[in-house]
Structures are given as C-alpha cells and as structure tokens.
Design a binder for this molecule. Structure first.
Ligand SMILES: [Fe+2]
Ligand SMILES: [Fe+2]
Length: 250
C-alpha cells in the first residue's frame, strides 16, 4: 500500500511554502507546470499559421486572439517557475511539449477540429487542476480554463461554418479521424502510476480511464449528432491504450 498522505486543501499551499512540501508533491507540481510552460509556447507557434488560413476576417480575428492567449498561457505558467526561483528553460526543455503537438496542423479544418476536440480535452484536465492544493497553480488554471472554453467555442463555430459545404463536410470528417485519437491519447495511459500519485495529492480527482471515457461520451455525441459524422459507440475501435504511462501526456 502507498503511504497515506494528508490531503491538502484546494489552493492551501502558497509559493513561499512550496519548497517545504513533500518532495513527491513538489516533483508532480513541477512536472505539470513545466509541461505547460513548454506546450503552450510550442502550441502557440503551431497555431500561428492558422490566422492567415482562416476563411474570413471574423475567424482571423478570433484565431489571432487564440494565438495571443496561448502565448499568454506560456507566460502565465512560466511566472509560476520564476516565483519559485527555478529556471523555466531548464525544466521545460527537459520535459518537452505534449505529444498532442507532434501531429501537424495542416489546414483550417485541422485547426478548428483541433480546437473543438483537443483544446476540449485540455479543458477537461484544467477542470481537475482547479481543485489542486498549490494556490498559484490553481489560480493560473482557473484563468486558463476560461480562455480554453473560448478556444473550444471558436473550434465549434469554425466546424459549423465548414459543414455548410460538401467540401467542408469531407474536410471535417477526415480531421475528426486525425484528431480524435490525439484527444483521447492526451489523457495519458490507463493504469498510470503517475495518475495515482496525482490523485493522492489532490492534483487530479479522477483516473485517466474515467476522464477519457467521459470525454469520449461528450465528443461522440457532438460529432455524431451535431456534425453528422459516424463514430463507433465503443471507444476502443477508435483508440486503445498501450497500458502504461504515456510519455509527454498529462
Ligand atoms: Fe493553452
Ligand atoms: Fe487553447
């Protein structure tokens, strides 16, 4: 059995108390923070081309705002490292960005389906993190979550616009096949040891399996009912876990 640790209250740990916490708690928090420092910057760079790809000025403006906010997320999480007197570059480059960004965003349809599905998966993570014990991280996640909902909204509107034409419908359909496995993968492995530690410290409340299943149920209903793209009821026909921690997932 794992040692029983005393659950810390949401937001109860301040920056000045951080280095007095259990080493495992510190390690887990720094892991998540550095994932964000690296991924928000890398993601913003990946999104930037989509501003000009957007089909009309309204979408260009909202895409530009999204890119700006993603750079802002990088700076927001980077400030958490600065506050702790840590070198963000050293941590971020040791950790690397999330594997979600290994798949290239090649078109406007890719971009909006990414926002609707993969940013939505990120929002599911942030909804867990807003209960976490480290106060500065909790606050950063609350602010980020609000903006992620906006990104998902842009994705949904962009898809709706594409669905108006035959060509756009075909693009959405193939982008779903491309990005849904990426969204599912981002929850990390089933039976993840790291997830057990996250839950022990109250940084997450749910298992990767449960979070992924809830996500699939939600996106499946959107994709099949609102977008008219067929999907199997059984998630394992779309994606299956390799059963372990997945490097560079959450
Ligand atoms: Fe972000
Ligand atoms: Fe985002």
């Amino acid at each position: 059995m794992q040692n029983v640790v005393e659950k810390l209250d949401a937001g109860s740990v301040s920056a000045k108390d951080f280095h007095q916490q259990d080493p495992e708690f510190q390690e887990l928090m720094l892991n998540i923070i550095s994932i964000h420092v690296a991924s928000e910057l890398y993601g913003a760079d990946c999104f930037e081309k989509s501003i000009l790809r957007a089909p009309k000025p309204e979408f260009k403006m909202r895409m530009a705002k999204t890119v700006m906010e993603e750079y802002g997320h990088h700076l927001r999480f980077r400030m958490l490292m600065d506050e702790l007197g840590l070198d963000w570059e050293e941590y971020a480059y040791r950790k690397g960005h999330l594997t979600t960004f290994n798949t290239p965003i090649d078109s406007w349809a890719d971009q909006v389906v990414f926002l609707a599905l993969v940013d939505r998966a990120a929002a599911h993570q942030f909804r867990q993190f807003v209960h976490s014990p480290y106060g500065p991280f909790q606050k950063a996640c609350q602010e980020t979550l609000k903006e992620e909902y906006g990104h998902v909204g842009l994705g949904m509107d962009g898809v709706k616009h594409l669905l108006q034409s035959e060509e756009g419908r075909a693009q959405v359909q193939s982008a779903v096949r491309k990005w849904l496995p990426v969204g599912l993968q981002s929850f990390g492995g089933d039976a993840s040891k790291r997830n057990v530690s996250y839950r022990r410290w109250g940084i997450k409340q749910d298992t990767n399996e449960n979070m992924r299943a809830a996500y699939y149920e939600q996106v499946r209903s959107i994709i099949t009912q609102d977008w008219g793209v067929e999907l199997p009821e059984d998630m394992s026909e779309v994606w299956s876990s390799d059963g372990d921690d997945i490097e560079r997932a959450y």
